[in-house]
Write a protein that binds this ligand. Structure first.
Ligand code: GLY
Ligand code: MN
Ligand code: MN
Length: 463
């Protein structure tokens, strides 16, 4: 964990956001896999990690916005636990490491919340995403678990986002550690991209690299020759010469900061002419996005500029027709690029998505766009120094989407469907880097994973 002043200072900054009453931050419990004691790999809640730092189950944190007191509730281990788990530090000692003096057994949090309610004080909580925390909040507040998210505090959500969205230097250093692991994962995947190799073997190998790096993957690995399925977790195929493989994978650092990279590799290490043409378009969109990523610009404008690069390239290839700006204004590019350019990244790979994407990615000035494709953009607002984002343009040939648009005549004035149908079976290309917005521009985090066609080909064919 970071130095205790980090956590004290973050809670102090939160107390200066003008909230009244108390704020509850639930930690995560263990999550049973197939029976109670056989659990998934433990993952603490990111808001809890940010403000209270302790990375183990059974905790709840409370911040009193008026008195300034901080509390951690949890139960010390008994001898019956210790024979299974080994010696444990007391909660008091652990809490001291994050600058919290007031600790108490878990059940005491009920008294504290009841007392606040009886005094008519506001009880803020963040929207829970796990069932056990919904039930806990029901018990604490008296609100139904089924509708508890509707009662989460928007003021609390906005205050937390305003802090977490701007990364401290030490957080960027952690993200760079995750990027270094991600680099090794992707280079290993490229080197394995030869005909006859089982996709699952590559996925398992790179997941092992993430775990050996200190923690785990930042999200379930996306890896497939059917890269046109955007989040394809099916790794059952054997690699075939002449196909492309999309690998979208990243690691968590030991302190749970994420990386998130995508590379597209030709099986056997040589792009065909057709593959290289599409690849170069996506690479140009990726480079354009990085060039435009700087403080003060809206990320919506960067997304649209990347869409224009893709549209322009596809017009040159005869897949789209007409004027680039009109193509993008009408959303015709989204047949090929149906997702957003990128998202914030930090303690979560889609940072703070639990708090509500609309509050993370948009504000009063920049509102979400209700057009297929751009509607999937998770981040639109103006960029600030300290934001960490991904840039991940893509170009895909999705049979079901092509069929639908062709049958319904969607954007038919801009799309050459005869030509598009020649690309069935192509799969897709996505290229994703992680970017820090600096005072003057931006920089790619970590050593850039091989990305030019020549670099990728050389890596596949290296030992
Ligand atoms: N890894 C999912 C994404 O790139 O957003
Ligand atoms: Mn990704
Ligand atoms: Mn991403």
């Amino acid at each position: 964990m970071f130095d205790k002043n980090t956590y004290t200072n973050r809670r102090k900054a939160l107390k200066e956001k003008g909230l009244s009453g108390i704020g509850i931050i639930t930690g995560n419990g263990e999550a049973p896999m197939n029976y109670l004691d056989n659990t998934y790999h433990y993952r603490q809640d990111s808001n809890f990690l940010y403000f209270f730092g302790l990375d183990f189950p059974g905790l709840i944190g409370v911040i009193d916005f008026e008195s300034g007191e901080d509390f951690i509730f949890g139960d010390d281990f008994e001898i019956d636990d210790i024979i299974w788990t080994g010696p444990q530090v007391t909660l008091k000692e652990n809490a001291a490491k994050v600058g919290v003096e007031k600790t108490a057994p878990f059940a005491k949090v009920f008294d504290l919340v009841r007392d606040a309610q009886q005094k008519g004080r506001k009880v803020h909580f963040l929207p829970p995403y796990r069932g056990d925390n919904k039930i806990l909040l029901e018990k604490l507040t008296g609100l139904s678990a089924l509708s508890i998210n509707a009662h989460a505090s928007l003021d609390f959500v906005k205050a937390v986002i305003s802090l977490r969205e701007v990364k401290e230097d030490q957080e960027v250093t952690e993200i760079e550690k995750a990027c270094a692991i991600g680099y090794d994962m992707h280079v290993a995947a490229m080197k394995m991209a030869h005909p006859g190799v089982w996709e699952q073997k590559i996925a398992g190998t790179i997941e092992g690299i993430a775990i050996a790096g200190g923690s785990m993957t930042a999200f379930p690995i996306i890896l497939s020759q059917n890269g046109e399925t955007l989040h394809n977790h099916n790794h059952s195929q054997y690699l075939e010469k002449g196909r492309l493989i999309i690998t979208d994978a990243g690691a968590e650092s030991a302190m749970h900061y994420a990386s998130d990279f995508t590379r597209t590799t030709p099986v056997g290490g040589i792009f065909t002419q057709k593959q290289r043409e599409i690849y170069e378009i996506v690479l140009a969109a990726n480079n354009k996005a990085t060039e435009l990523t700087k403080p003060g610009v809206t990320y919506l404008s960067v997304h649209l500029a990347a869409a224009e690069v893709i549209a322009s390239g596809l017009i040159d290839l005869g897949l789209l027709k007409g004027n680039v700006k009109e193509v993008v204004e009408n959303g015709a590019h989204a047949l090929f690029f149906p997702h957003g350019l990128g998202h914030m990244m930090g303690l979560d790979v889609h940072d703070m998505e639990d708090l509500g994407q609309i509050y993370v990615g948009y504000d009063d000035e920049i509102r979400p766009v209700d057009q297929f494709g751009t509607a999937a953009l998770r981040l639109g607002k103006r960029l600030k120094p300290g934001y960490v984002i991904t840039n991940e343009p893509g170009c895909y040939f999705i049979p079901a989407l092509i069929d639908k648009w062709q049958a319904e005549g969607i954007n038919k004035d801009f799309i050459n469907f005869d030509k598009v149908n020649e690309y069935r079976g192509f799969g897709g290309v996505r290229l994703e880097d992680d970017i820090l917005v600096t005072e003057t521009g931006s920089r790619i985090l970590g050593k850039r994973i091989p990305i030019t066609p020549e670099e990728v080909e050389a890596t596949v064919n290296s030992k």
